[in-house]
Design a protein around this ligand. Sequence first.
Ligand SMILES: NC(=O)c1ccc[n+]([C@@H]2O[C@H](COP(=O)([O-])OP(=O)(O)OC[C@H]3O[C@@H](n4cnc5c(N)ncnc54)[C@H](O)[C@@H]3O)[C@@H](O)[C@H]2O)c1
Length: 261
Amino acid sequence: MIFGKTIVVTGAASGIGKRTAELAARMGADVIGIDINEPAIPAGRFLKGDLSSPEGVAEIAMALPDRIDGLCNIAGLSGRAGAVKTLSVNFYGLRALTEALAPKLRDGAAVVNLASLAGYGWRTEVERARDLCDAEGFPEVEALVARHGIGDAESYPVSKQVLILWTQRAAHQPLFKSRGIRVNAVSPGPVETPILSDFRQVLGDEKVDGDVARAGRAGIAEDIAPPVLFLCSDAARWINGANIPVDGGVEASINADVIGF
Ligand SMILES: NC(=O)c1ccc[n+]([C@@H]2O[C@H](COP(=O)([O-])OP(=O)(O)OC[C@H]3O[C@@H](n4cnc5c(N)ncnc54)[C@H](O)[C@@H]3O)[C@@H](O)[C@H]2O)c1
């Protein structure tokens, strides 16, 4: 499925990114992991880098080789680091890296963005999401956070709402579309990784436990890595601009409540 492809994975030191890098390497891909923290045992090559600033993104983009087949944008923060940092890593750094890497992506390559069930509300918050998405490049995030009055706890869902919106835009952005580069998102429900304890503090136990109950169990990183790599593969060649829930059915259950079916 991805044998022989060059796959870049951000967030490769922990959780979902770590598992995705390991699975990709096991499937015969040439893996390049990126993270602000060193992984204990890197799967493939590893590049230390910080996605939270324009300088950090530029350094990563410069250090990566040409001819990349898949970019898995998995690194993320929960909101506990503050709204500016969270929006910077989860959206602006991710988007800046993807756009900077466009010339190094092969024709027909794939980008997979780790969004979240937490971005579910993007349709009802579309005005704000559009405004945040319209700020080009790596903007002054502090000013945007102030303009929209985004609190730290809210910054996580907001970052994922904007990411889901941009994924759909990017699928039709000439930078990618003209060269057959597909851009999709995967939206997990609650997954047992180090970030989940942060979510319990930011979103509250009731919300997390409620989602776990809807699914029947919490997810594990191994539940998320295969769909991410499927989207990187040629088997997904006609999937573009999609946001795929990988959540044990949580979104369907919420839809049933919200829409009433
Ligand atoms: N675990 C969940 O319940 C869940 C649910 C939905 C979505 N997600 C998303 O999945 C992705 C992976 O999260 P996870 O659960 O594996 O969490 P995690 O905390 O285990 O991994 C996140 C990784 O991102 C890295 N990172 C953070 N800031 C960075 C920066 N500035 N530059 C480079 N790397 C940085 C961290 O060092 C860490 O290795 C995130 O985008 C998260 O929002 C997670």
